[in-house]
Design a protein. Structure first.
Lengths: 250, 312
């Protein structure tokens, strides 16, 4: 079976972002970018399913500017077979991403689509659920285990109180949580090989999707900064401060 | 303007977060005076509906009792909400794993955006929400006819419980051939729920192993605290996943947060930096957690924790 994996180019997770002086957005000039960590986990899972002989082909897809091809090349180096780049310089919100992915799904007819649970830039946690709605498929979000057997995928999900396992009829959508797997690092020979793997470029216009959103970002602010407090010298001093200064314990 | 809230519940108990979502809804209808309805969907949920009916500001509790909703699966709940949504301008849920699972599916079925994790209601169509692990706060405005929002419950005070809304049954069953429930392993704990606790004490990789988390128990008992953890502690298998605090775990904002053996990565801070008072216990005086802690104590947690338990 074919697996489609959606990967997003985002700010590197180690970088602390800054808000632009005019409050229009965050400042991403000269900031280190990388594949969204949850998408790395999605690619890893798809590649493992291929290594196990369950998947026959892994196709990576991204929606974004030209530079996002770097993340597709990373996915190819990690083991994806082909890549599709939906090229746009516009800001694309989750609903439009889901619509574009739906068109790619229509063309590629995968049995499984794996996405990250959340992009660490917008922190939306929406796209997989939206794609599942648009395709009319079941959704296994926040997956920490994926088990495929005859037309069904069992997904163990990290939920608030613990773990829940659901069975989904294939085709289906899965979104990854942190503990699904530990992504490998791309090896140099694989990075070289990835340069020759096929990468198709499409546009939202070709796919017939209008990407304008009804949601406008009016402004972006820096949250109230917490000031560091003091160091205390002992447990007794700590307990005294908590009781008599902060008054949070009695 | 009228708001439908998908209530969170478990084992016949209404989740505490729902009262906070009602508070957010009250701000949305503040100017228009519109209605707030609560939807309780599940199996044998009459007692949940009765608890929900007490929440101040709620006009009606709509109850749907059917096995198809028993495990809060996204596919049937989203279909149910699609059937009800046309009577409302807003559909809200808490940013729980159920809310975040169901509402985006509803939004896409209605061809509208979803807005995740709102922290503030500026007006009925304008909201604030955290982005980039809470390192920036975006103000967003929606022109969609239906606003679909998940609510960060720690950002809103809970609505009171002096009300007596009407409870009305809704007859709406939907088919679900897409997904089915297999099993659930829920962690049992006598302690308060993490996202609602007044005091939270969390352990990180510095705890060394799962057994050592017992060092937090006595302190948590004395303070009535919930116990949390960093991702590193969860990944290492010290404690279960539902204890993770952070950007991709639970968001907490207690009166007192005590971080023990946690370095203070931005992803962890994203989940706890709105706590009123933060205490950090760490042997590395350069640990970033000290930059945001009100009270820092540098030292070995294995010495400090027993001493702290004794002096409380
Ligand atoms: C996509 C993504 C999402 C993430 N989401 C989250 C999240 O939701 N929540 C989260 O917490 N992390 C998250 N992380 C991980 C985060 O980046 C850090 O790796 C993690 O928070 C580190 O956990 P830690 O502080 O326990 O471990 P470490 O960074 O290893 O820190 C351990 C600390 O313990 C101290 N210590 C050790 N021994 C002792 C001792 N005997 N006494 C006192 N102190 C001691 C050390 O000095 C050190 O400061 C995420 C990462 C990614 C990439
Ligand atoms: N522009 C994009 N291109 C490809 N995949 C995306 C894009 N945006 C979001 N996704 C996918 O959807 C997941 C969740 O993103 P979000 O819903 O935006 O938090 C990501 O981890 C990706 O797998």
């Amino acid at each position: 079976m074919k697996i489609l994996v959606a990967v997003k180019r985002v700010i590197d997770y180690n970088v602390k972002v800054r808000v632009k002086a005019d409050h229009s957005d965050v400042d991403l000039t000269n900031v280190k970018m990388a594949m969204n960590p949850f998408c790395e986990i999605a690619v890893e899972e798809a590649v493992r399913l291929k290594e196990k002989g369950i998947a026959t082909e892994v196709v990576a897809v991204t929606i974004g500017p030209k530079a996002a091809q770097e993340q597709l090349r990373t996915a190819l180096a990690l083991g994806a077979d082909r890549a599709v780049h939906v090229s746009t310089d516009e800001r694309v919100e989750s609903l439009a991403v889901a619509k574009l992915l739906k068109r790619v799904v229509d063309e590629e007819q995968p049995q499984l689509v794996i996405l990250g649970k959340q992009a660490i830039d917008t922190d939306n946690n929406q796209t997989g659920q939206m794609l599942a709605a648009l395709t009319g498929w079941g959704q296994g979000t926040y997956a920490s285990k994926v088990d495929i057997q005859d037309g069904t995928v069992n997904v163990t999900r990290e939920i608030d109180g613990g773990l829940q396992t659901v069975a989904l009829k294939l085709p289906a959508v899965v979104t990854t949580d942190l503990r699904l797997n530990e992504p490998r690092y791309a090896k140099l020979p694989d990075i070289m090989k990835a340069k020759k793997k096929p990468l198709d470029t499409r546009t939202p216009e070709e796919l017939g999707v209008a990407i304008a959103s009804q949601v406008t970002q009016l402004q972006v602010e820096t949250p109230a900064e917490r000031k560091g407090g003091i160091k205390v010298g002992s447990v007794d001093e700590l307990v005294d401060k908590l009781k008599n200064e902060a008054k949070v314990i009695s | 303007m009228s708001v439908l809230i998908l209530a969170d519940h478990h084992d016949g108990q209404l989740a505490g977060t729902t009262a906070h979502v009602v508070a957010a809804a009250q701000q949305i209808v503040k100017d228009s005076g519109g209605d707030i309805d609560l939807l309780v969907a599940g199996q044998e949920v009459q007692s949940v509906a009765e608890q929900a009916a007490k929440l101040d500001g709620v006009n009606r509790v709509r109850i749907v009792d059917h096995t198809v909703y028993a495990h809060q699966l996204a596919e049937p709940l989203a279909d149910l909400l699609v059937r009800l949504a046309d009577d409302y301008s807003h559909v809200l849920a808490s940013s729980s794993t159920t809310g975040k699972n169901v509402l985006p599916r509803l939004a896409a079925l209605k061809d509208v955006a979803a807005i995740s994790d709102i922290l503030d209601v500026v007006s009925a169509d304008t909201f604030k929400r955290p982005i980039y692990a809470g390192n920036a706060i975006a103000t967003v405005q929606s022109a969609d006819p239906l606003k679909v929002l998940t609510v960060r419950s720690t950002a809103f005070d809970a609505a009171g419980e002096t009300g007596s809304a009407a409870i009305e049954a809704v007859d709406a069953t939907v088919d679900n051939s897409l997904s089915s429930f297999v099993d659930e392993r829920l962690e049992q704990s006598e302690r308060p729920e993490l996202s609602a606790a007044r005091v939270v004490i969390s352990g990180g990789r510095g705890m060394g192993n799962g057994e050592n988390f017992k060092l937090l128990d006595g302190i948590a008992d004395k303070l009535g605290a919930a116990i949390g953890a960093s991702r590193a502690a969860v990944d290492a298998g010290f404690v279960p996943n539902d204890m993770q605090v952070g950007q991709t775990g639970k968001i907490v904002a207690p009166e007192l947060y005590i971080a023990v053996g946690i370095s203070g990565a931005i992803q962890h801070l994203a989940g706890m930096k709105d706590s009123k008072v933060i205490v950090a216990i760490n042997k590395d005086e350069e640990a970033p957690i000290f930059q945001i802690a009100d009270y820092g104590l540098v030292g070995d947690l294995f010495q400090i924790l027993p001493e702290l338990e004794r002096s409380l």
